[in-house]
Design a binder for this molecule. Structure first.
Ligand code: N01
Length: 580
């Protein structure tokens, strides 16, 4: 249904679906495609006016992916892989959105998606064994399954700065950028934040703005992207054996392929480290963290890469005081590593200023500026690159009620509790795609999405085969999984700082390491074991007694052999999984 049609449509009341999916990003679209393959009747509700999720909303200047385009795409269709051609090593947002639209058209998805409609309420009716779903447009429908495809970084964080309503100019959030774009020509612009969204947009905003003032609370680690156009020869070579690349990617802790060195940095000489860091810097991007195997596990090893990167920053930024401020002091790669094009270079421009708000936070907004430490910095427009209520923020926005009136918000008050990041006990027939407790943001998102959807389709298909009414995670197994996710996170230095991975980017949120850091193949193996064991850790009700193992329709392709040296659980425990 198009945006226009969505505007005119009347509310849908009483319709019964097999499945309601919330969100039409890559997760919701692929889910819908596969549900149709099972012959199920599904409805997707999407708050935006089009498909694409993250890539629909994040239209800020410079937005692009930081997993190489030829891997940042669906792998389920060899034809799709062959017919779509990416133009750059890291695709810009408009091209990724075009790809999302291509998926919607090619697989004729739009007719089952309702746009500009936000799900507000999902309630499990225990008697009927069905979910009652309500939207902000008056829809009231029911479904046997409710599947959350709401994304991990989709609920914008808008700090309530003092005096925010006094500011006379526009305030833009990078995660909800105006569709018509913004022209900053001749304006004094203030950017708050220095995470991935900021470092991508700052160099472009600086090209337009008369003055640019960046308010930095924490200096960011960033590695050059060295983005470039893809040559026809390169594209041809990859496409000649795309399945092999996909298979290699699946076997990697990150779900995408890049060369990495398993040797510990601390076993290399200073000269060897310098040489390998320099080579990795020249290749650029997230794989920089793959220069050695222990960088995210041993602080002393991490110090060596941090020193190297600080030297690079000081080599780029001409003003020593600015360079000092831009040099992070925290663990390299502890917060999500950024990948940039000309970020540090931007601070050499005479009209770009950096304001440290680490010790003295932003005091207030005024009608025409931002005040820090008693000094007013005049600005005409503000860009809030302040990130997201990650992983759980989009769940919090919906009143989700399971058995016995338990709300998900209440259940997750001290941090999300899930079994495999797929389900949560007390919420039967309720699934999430790349939920907290799954690799999600620590893997290439599209691969993580595909693996979840394929698993869910096999699960729902099995339930139909055996006539099961409900499936629900068992609380003991969920507790054990939550404990495991937490334990494994402790082996990584990533758990040591404040970031959205642990929820502490927003005051008042509980500190819990939310994604599963044990590595994508290990996680996939666990999901496969659960399925092969007849859904170990889940209770199926209403199923005909049968010893028949689940028929695996789609999950087979995720059975990547584990490289025991680098990816076994023992290796995780021994801190030897380089996860970027
Ligand atoms: O958000 P962030 P993001 N006063 O949370 C600062 C993905 N992504 O939108 O670090 C002052 O990283 C905050 O400071 P601090 C990617 O996974 C990918 O940039 O909390 N400052 C920080 O500097 C990424 O990690 C791409 O001290 C305040 C910034 O705002 C994730 O999305 C591109 C503040 C927020 O940084 C989120 O990235 C973009 C306050 N009150 C995003 N509150 C790709 O390249 C917050 N900040 C694929």
């Amino acid at each position: 249904m198009t945006t226009e049609a969505a505007g005119m449509r009347s509310a849908e009341v009483g319709t019964q679906f097999d499945v309601v999916v919330v969100g039409a990003g890559f997760a919701g679209m692929y889910m819908l495609h596969r549900l149709r393959g099972l012959g199920l009747k599904a409805r997707v509700f999407e708050a935006g006016g089009g498909v694409g999720g993250t890539w629909y909303w994040n239209r800020y200047p410079g937005a692009r992916c930081d997993v190489e385009s030829m891997q940042y795409s669906f792998s389920f269709s060899e034809e799709l892989d062959q017919e779509w051609t990416w133009s750059e090593k890291y695709s810009p947002q408009p091209e990724i959105l075009a790809y999302a639209n291509h998926i919607a058209d090619r697989f004729d998805l739009r007719r089952d998606i309702v746009f500009e409609t936000r799900v507000t309420k999902a309630t499990f009716d225990e008697k009927a064994g069905r979910w009652q779903i309500e939207t902000d447009r008056g829809d009231k429908v029911s479904a046997k399954f409710c599947i959350m495809a709401v994304g991990c970084l989709s609920a914008p964080n808008r700090p309530k700065f003092e005096g925010i309503d006094d500011f006379k100019g526009p305030i833009y959030h990078t995660g909800e950028w105006p569709h018509q774009g913004v022209d900053f020509t001749g304006l004094r612009v203030g950017v708050i934040g220095t995470g991935s969204s900021a470092i991508q947009s700052i160099p472009i905003i600086a090209q337009q703005a008369k003055e640019l003032t960046v308010f930095q609370r924490t200096a960011t680690w960033s590695v050059p992207a060295w983005n470039e156009e893809l040559t026809p020869d390169y594209v041809k070579t990859v496409k000649a054996d795309y399945p092999a690349l996909r298979a290699k990617a699946r076997a990697r802790p990150t779900g995408f392929y890049f060369p990495f060195n398993i040797k510990p940095a601390l076993e290399a000489s200073a000269e060897e480290r310098e040489k390998l860091y320099e080579e990795a810097w020249r290749r650029g991007g997230l794989p920089f963290l793959g220069a050695f195997g222990d960088l995210l596990f041993e602080k002393e090893a991490n110090d060596t890469i941090a020193d190297f990167a600080r030297k690079k920053i000081r080599g780029i930024v001409k003003n020593p005081a600015t360079a000092d401020l831009l040099c992070p002091e925290n663990v390299f790669g502890c917060k999500r590593l950024c990948v940039d094009t000309g970020y540090f270079e931007t601070y050499n421009l005479p009209h770009v200023k950096l304001v440290d708000v680490s010790k003295k936070p932003i005091e207030r907004f005024t009608a025409g500026g931002i005040v820090v430490d008693g000094v007013e910095y005049p600005v005409d427009a503000i860009v809030s690159a302040t990130g997201f209520a990650a992983m759980t923020g989009s769940f919090d926005k919906i009143a989700i009620t399971g058995r016995n009136g338990l709300t998900l918000k209440e259940k997750w008050r001290a941090g999300p509790r899930t079994y495999l990041g797929l389900a949560s006990s007390g919420f039967p027939n309720f699934f999430m795609i790349t939920g907290p407790g799954s690799p999600s943001v620590l893997a290439s998102m599209i691969q993580a999405i595909e693996q979840h959807v394929d698993w869910l389709i096999d699960c729902i298909g099995h339930m139909r085969d055996v006539g099961a009414a409900t499936i629900e995670a068992r609380v003991e197994d969920e507790d054990a999984w939550v404990e495991h996710v937490n334990e494994v996170s402790k082996v990584s230095l990533r758990s040591t700082c404040s970031s959205w991975y642990v929820g502490t980017n927003i005051p008042g949120r509980p500190r819990v390491f939310m994604p599963y850091i044990g590595g994508f193949p290990i996680y996939v193996q666990k999901c496969n074991e659960v399925m092969n064991g007849g859904f170990d850790g889940f209770v199926l009700e209403g199923a005909a007694a049968t010893n028949k193992p689940p028929e695996v329709r789609l999950t087979e392709r995720w059975r990547a052999p584990l490289d025991i040296e680098v990816m076994s659980p023992a290796a995780v425990a021994a801190r030897r999984v380089p996860v970027v």
